[in-house]
Design a protein around this ligand. Structure first.
Ligand code: DQA
Length: 140
């Protein structure tokens, strides 16, 4: 049984309501139901965690980062600001796939740099919620 966790950072709790022209109209809770359904016959356990607080994201990475098989991380705006997040990813053993719903390279220049990318196993950007699905497929 593969253990995979999706960790979403700040403001991603507002998916479905937040700037739907950029992030779509689905809530993440609805998407999780779809995702679990899609992989129901695979030997995988999918968990979801969201926090608006940087320290809570670090705590979660430390908690799962030595015994989970994969972490799918959308750190939201902390992607572009947090050295602490990059250090946490370097310090744990579980591989991290960085996901962004929108194509950050088409957007403001402050979204073009990611502290996460250089410590991530791979990056999936701009495919909407489908990116999380692709990340699960990679780990499988
Ligand atoms: C995001 C892109 C970030 O720049 C932004 O701050 C987010 C969401 C995305 O999934 O497209 O909160 O990570």
């Amino acid at each position: 049984m593969l253990r995979i966790i999706i960790i979403n950072g700040p403001n991603l709790n507002l998916l479905g309501r937040r700037e739907p022209e950029i992030y779509g109209e689905d809530t993440f809770e609805d998407f999780m139901i779809h995702l679990k359904g899609k992989f129901v016959d695979s030997d995988v356990e999918l968990t979801y965690f969201q926090s608006n607080h940087e320290g809570e994201l670090l705590d979660k990475l430390h908690e799962v980062g030595f015994h989970y098989d994969g972490i799918i991380l959308n750190a939201g705006a902390y992607t572009h600001t947090s050295v602490a997040l990059a250090d946490a990813i370097s310090g744990i053993e579980t591989p991290v796939i960085e996901v962004h719903i929108s194509n950050v390279h088409k957007r403001e220049s402050f979204r073009h740099h990611s502290y996460v990318s250089s410590v991530a196993e791979g990056i999936i950007i701009g495919f909407g919620l489908r990116g999380y699905e692709l990340a699960v497929e990679y780990f499988l």
